[in-house]
Each structure stands twice: as C-alpha cells, then as structure tokens.
Design a binder for this molecule. Structure first.
Ligand SMILES: NC(=O)c1ccc[n+]([C@@H]2O[C@H](COP(=O)([O-])OP(=O)(O)OC[C@H]3O[C@@H](n4cnc5c(N)ncnc54)[C@H](OP(=O)(O)O)[C@@H]3O)[C@@H](O)[C@H]2O)c1
Length: 281
C-alpha cells in the first residue's frame, strides 16, 4: 500500500516511517517542509501527486503548555490542518489515521476511559486534539482516531530522556505522584497504527502501553532499569505548577473487540533503554 506520513520528522513520525517500511508499504515520508498541514495548497499538491491509499497524520502542535499561550496556533495544526488533510485524503478515497490524546478527557474518573466515554478537555491542547478528532471524522468516513498517551520514542524529547538527563546531573528529582496514565512506546504504537491502516476497523481506538502508573512510579522504574541511584521524591501537581492543567487520571482502556493491544509499558521501557544504548555505542 502507498502510505503518506505527514509530520514524519517528529518523534512518533520517525517510528511510523520505520514501522510502515518494515511492513513492506511504499512509504512517502513528509516533514513540515514538504507538507505543511496549515497550507491547503501544499496538502492538495502532495495528495494529488502522490495518490496515497492511506495517510497518517503525525504532524502536530505538541507543546501542551505552549498551547495555552497559542491556542489558535494549536488549533490551526491539530484541528483545522488535520481536517484539511483528512478531506484531501477522502477526495481520492484514501483513509486517514489521526493520533489523538488522553488529554481529551478531564481526568475526573477513577476507572479507565473507554472509546465511547465523553471527552471534556481541560486544557487548550486537549481542546485542539478533540477538535481534530471531530474535524477528521467529519471530513473522511474512512478515519482511524487513535488516542494514545505519555509517549517515549528515540526520535524526540520525552519523559524518559528528561529523567536520565536529570539523573546524570543531580542526586534527586522531584516528580508528580498525583497524575496517573499509561506510558506508551512510540515503536509499539507505530506498529499498531500500521497494522490498523491495513484493516477497515474505522472509528476511535485507544492504543497505549499495557498497565498504568503515576509519573513518580514511571520515574522510579526508569532509574531502576537504568541502574541509577537517583532518588525520586514525590510532588503534587499543585507544587509543580505548570501552565496547562493536566488530567489527574487519564488511563485509557479498550472496549472494542478488535482493539490493538500493546505490550506492558515496563517491557517497552526495557527495549527502549537497550536500543538507546546500542545507538550510543
Ligand atoms: N508526545 C506525547 O506524549 C503524546 C501523547 C498523546 C498523543 N500524542 C500525539 O501524537 C502525535 C505525535 O506527537 P509527537 O510527540 O511525535 O510530536 P512531535 O515530536 O512534536 O512531532 C510533530 C511533528 O509535526 C511537525 N509539524 C508541526 N507543525 C506542522 C505543520 N504545520 N505541518 C506539518 N508538520 C508540522 C513538527 O515539526 P517541527 O518540529 O519542525 O515543528 C514535528 O516534526 C501528535 O498527534 C500528538 O498530539 C503525543
């Protein structure tokens, strides 16, 4: 299948390109300089010239705190741009896969959010991702909305890298223990996404690492697996004030019978640390 990947230079985009190539697809990887999702002419040109059968939209305004100061910018990419790309794909009968986020939920539940639970975002980034879900679904009947969370991939900055850097610089680190979610490997997610585009299982999917934890527990596991002595100290969200509000509980569960399940996040972390070491050699 010919697959066009927008935002291909991003953290998830890089893994999606690799996963699609390994699956034998003809991959067209486009960074924002090749295809800008805020530029309709750029979208139309790429779709008309390349005529993909599936489009994966890894382009994103992904700065959660930054979106509070630039909600229009976040909307332009995550909502309007995603809708334009989905519509262009629909115009040639191609499907669209749009990665979305656990941050579409408000985090007030105490049991996993399922695909049909009501979203109610509490920050600008979440509103832009929910807007994108709606725009993509309205523009293209052959849509896959894949909600995921707490990504770590070798192609970009992420929580694992932040912890390893801080752990190398100081003996202790303060991490919030009152936000719970599902750490997810970009490698595993990318493979799941590429499996999905070969099916007709359209609609909303939740695709996250198996199991859940707090950021505090995630940090403890990182230092444990990396054999680092760094002491992890527990902090509250209130103490660590950030610009954007975060949902306290954003564990994603699956009720679809055809859901794609990923391996436990701890196993994925092990492989991430191994791969990271191989690259550093
Ligand atoms: N990271 C997470 O923990 C997480 C959690 C849940 C869901 N997600 C979702 O997963 C997807 C991938 O996120 P990510 O972490 O891989 O983000 P990322 O590393 O920031 O990648 C996004 C890519 O999109 C590019 N881009 C920005 N504006 C664009 C435009 N107008 N046209 C085309 N490309 C543009 C960026 O280029 P520049 O770098 O040059 O700006 C970057 O290469 C997003 O949909 C995000 O919402 C992420």
């Amino acid at each position: 299948m010919r697959v066009l990947i927008a935002g291909a230079a991003g953290m998830l985009g890089q893994d999606v390109v690799g996963a699609a190539q390994r699956r034998g697809h003809e991959v067209v990887a486009m960074s924002r300089y090749d295809l800008d999702v805020t530029d309709p002419a750029s979208i139309d040109r790429a779709i008309a010239e390349l005529r993909p059968e599936a489009v994966i939209d890894c382009a994103a305004f992904s700065d959660v705190d930054g979106a509070e100061d630039d909600e229009r910018g976040a909307m332009a990419i995550n909502d309007t741009g995603a809708g334009l790309l989905a519509a262009a794909a629909a115009g040639i009968g191609a499907s669209i896969l749009y990665p979305s986020s656990d941050y579409v939920f408000d985090g007030t539940k105490a049991a996993p959010y399922l695909e049909d639970h009501m979203p109610d975002p509490i920050n600008a980034y979440g509103r832009s991702k929910l807007g994108g879900e709606v725009s993509v679904a309205a523009a293209n009947p052959r849509h896959f909305i894949v909600r995921t969370s707490w990504l770590f991939g070798l192609g970009g900055g992420n929580f694992v890298e932040t912890m390893l850097r801080i752990g190398g610089e100081q003996p202790e680190v303060l991490v919030v223990s009152d936000q719970r979610g599902c750490p997810t490997s970009c490698t595993d997610l990318a493979e799941g996404m590429v499996r999905l585009i070969g099916t007709d299982r359209y609609g909303i999917h939740h695709m996250v690492g198996d199991g859940d934890c707090t950021w505090f527990e995630f940090a403890v596991e990182i230092f444990d697996q990396a054999h680092m002595e760094t002491r992890v100290m527990s902090a509250t969200t209130e103490l660590m004030a950030r610009k954007a509000k975060r949902p306290a509980y954003s564990v994603l569960g699956q009720s679809r019978e055809d859901a794609i399940l990923l391996q436990p996040w701890q196993h994925a972390l092990r492989r991430y640390l191994d791969d990271r070491e191989l690259i550093a050699r």
